[in-house]
Design a protein around this ligand. Structure first.
Ligand code: FES
Length: 617
């Protein structure tokens, strides 16, 4: 071992790596194959990367002192993103610090558009050239196809003589829109697949679809992965700041994304038993930042006032030029955005839900790492982006975690607190749906008041004794124990702290105030909205009544609230199977009015009001 190298062992795996002195502990963990949570992208502001250095922990940093108690510091707890390795060390990584894949919502509603893909195949027999028939190869091909106005590009013209003379007179033309994309010898009409991607900030979903005419059209395989860019931060702003602060930051992030997309594709191909070459088109949606990174466009302007995107409209490019491992002639279609913070995933939601087609005024809410809200009907649509923050995904919550095994996903408060844990067994923390449940149930139990204050046990006279005992003091503030230390995987209690309740208030107020502002702009009271369409991974796991109870949704009857699944993925699939839907998406993108909430004086007032919880009925 050289003098500049340190030996770091991670427990309980016992994995050892050798790293240069000065390496951040979080990077050493990555080298050891142990991925840690880093919602703030290693800025030292979230406190979620805590580990225990078992001997001779280095001096705490100022960030350590903010996020760890005196007792924890004495026991050797440190933030892995702040610790620069200066000597050999043994580090214990607790369960709740580890990054796990979350439960991913891959399904959306059934597709409502007709089956008319942009890419199709046609088997034709070419006439033999003769002394009497002097037509060129291209003319004979176009005549055999029997469709007017099909274009042929130079690469195909160059390759055509060899293709048409290598086999028999039968060839398969691959048509993409009004262009003859390629020609294949023989009959390959049975091999025609497409792939649709929803590139979320946290989760990426890919759907492989069989594109020959029905009845095979509905065959599909779905796979998903956590977006590997989460290692650069949980939200788009931290990712943009990584790009701005690191040389080749954009390329690094794009490479990770492409590796992930190609991994998903490999899984899909193997599940369907096909070769990558059989995929002739890809479509993709994502928030505006994700689309920019995917296409290699610097998204930095989005993070700075006046928050404009580089690109709004849709993009068509050769998939192989972008880096997707599919047929080398395949087209990639990226759907259009609306604004810097409302991307093609929202266009996809509008497209898939049919909001832009009917007379009914509907409200679409996509709660992901951020919240996008859109209201309207076929005559007019208005959208905004709410900086709700990642609280509903478990970030910035004391014992918050993603919806993975060990997360409390449901809370019921009767005489005492009861919880349901994903995967059964002991709890490690609480995810978004559990957080909403906990707050709603504690509001009804009178333990949280409408201002969001957790009641002192002495003031909770009408609260049953076991519940009153659950109210404790945590870091000088009240908190409610949801699961006792003896029943958790961490050995400490899982609790909902006063600060957590404030985070929920901030998040739900942002979405609710955004709803109020765009509803007012549209000229309807939120209660007059015909339907509320809840989309996104989180939206589909919460209880409707509880979303209303905490004031996240307006007070409309529960049967007018629909879960529409992963609407972004459904929109990407729609664009794959129906070429006309792309014009519809373009129209939605162009005509949807974007409201920048930061510039609206009425937003602040609505936001302050929405911070309050509705009173007990
Ligand atoms: S504090 Fe270390 S990743 Fe956020």
């Amino acid at each position: 071992m050289s003098r500049g190298t340190c030996r770091v062992t991670f427990q309980p795996e016992g994995r050892t790596v050798f790293v240069l002195r000065g390496t951040k502990l979080i990077e050493a963990a990555g080298q050891a194959g142990i991925i840690l949570n880093q919602p703030c992208g290693g800025e030292g502001t979230c406190g979620k990367c805590r580990v225990e250095v078992t001997d001779d922990a280095p001096q705490p940093t100022s960030a350590d002192r903010v996020h760890l108690t005196e007792g924890q510091l004495t026991d050797g707890w440190r933030l892995a993103c702040q610790l620069e390795i200066a000597s050999d060390m043994v580090v214990s990584v607790p369960q709740e610090t580890r990054f796990f894949e979350q439960v991913v919502l891959t399904e959306g509603k059934a597709l409502r558009h007709p089956f008319r893909p942009n890419v199709r195949k046609k088997l034709v027999t070419l006439a033999e050239p003769t002394v009497a028939d002097q037509r060129s190869d291209v003319d004979r091909l176009q005549a055999a196809l029997g469709e007017d106005g099909l274009e042929v590009e130079l690469p195909l013209i160059r390759a055509l003589p060899a293709i048409v003379r290598s086999g028999g007179p039968e060839v398969t033309a691959v048509l993409q829109g009004e262009t003859i994309q390629w020609v294949e010898a023989g009959d390959t009409t049975g091999q025609l697949w497409g792939v649709a991607f929803d590139i979320g900030t946290t989760t990426i979903v890919g759907a492989l679809m069989n594109l020959p005419p029905p009845p095979q059209a509905d065959l599909q395989k779905v796979a998903s992965r956590t977006n590997p860019q989460v290692h650069f931060g949980d939200d788009v702003v931290s990712r943009i700041s990584y790009i701005e602060q690191n040389a080749n930051g954009l390329e690094k992030m794009r490479e990770r994304l492409l590796t992930c997309l190609n991994d998903i594709m490999a899984e899909l191909c193997s599940a369907a038993g096909i070769e990558h070459d059989s995929i002739y088109e890809a479509t993709a949606v994502g928030n505006t930042t994700m689309s920019h990174i995917f296409l290699g466009v610097d998204p930095s302007p989005i993070a700075h006032a006046p928050y404009v995107a580089v690109l709004r409209g849709s993009v068509d490019a050769r998939a192989c030029d972008i880096g997707l491992h599919i047929n080398r002639h395949a087209n990639l279609h990226v759907l259009p955005n609306i604004a810097g913070f409302v991307g093609s995933d929202t266009v996809a939601l509008i497209l898939a839900s049919g909001m832009a087609c009917g007379e009914e005024v509907q409200l679409g809410i996509d709660i992901g790492t951020n919240g996008e809200v859109v209201i309207g009907n076929r005559d007019r649509l208005i959208a905004c982006s709410c900086a709700a923050g990642p609280a509903f995904e478990g970030a910035r919550i004391q014992h918050g975690m993603r919806a993975t095994e060990g997360a409390i996903s449901k809370v019921v408060v009767n005489q005492e607190v009861e919880v349901a844990v994903i995967g059964g067994g002991k709890a490690s923390g609480i995810c978004g749906s559990g957080i909403i449940d906990a707050v709603a149930e504690l509001l009804d139990a009178g333990i949280i008041d409408p201002t969001g204050r957790i009641t002192n046990p002495e003031d909770a006279g009408d609260v049953p004794e076991p519940l009153r005992r659950a109210i404790v003091t945590f870091e000088d503030q009240p908190a409610v124990v949801l699961v006792d230390a003896a029943q958790t995987r961490t050995g400490g209690p899982v609790l909902l702290s006063q600060r957590d309740v404030r985070e929920v208030q901030l998040a739900k107020a942002a979405i609710r105030a955004g709803t109020e502002v765009i509803a007012a702009e549209y000229g309807v009271a939120p209660e007059e909205i015909s339907r509320v369409l809840l989309a996104g991974g989180f939206g589909n796991f919460i209880r409707r009544s509880h979303a209303k109870r905490v004031g996240l949704l307006p007070d409309i009857s529960t049967d007018r609230i629909d879960f529409i699944g992963n609407a972004a993925a459904t929109g990407a699939k729609t664009a794959l199977i129906c070429r006309d839907s792309r014009q519809e998406a373009e129209r939605i993108s162009r005509e949807t009015q974007y409201v920048e909430l930061a510039a609206r004086p009425d937003f602040q007032a609505a936001y302050m009001e929405a911070m309050m919880f509705p009173p007990r009925a």
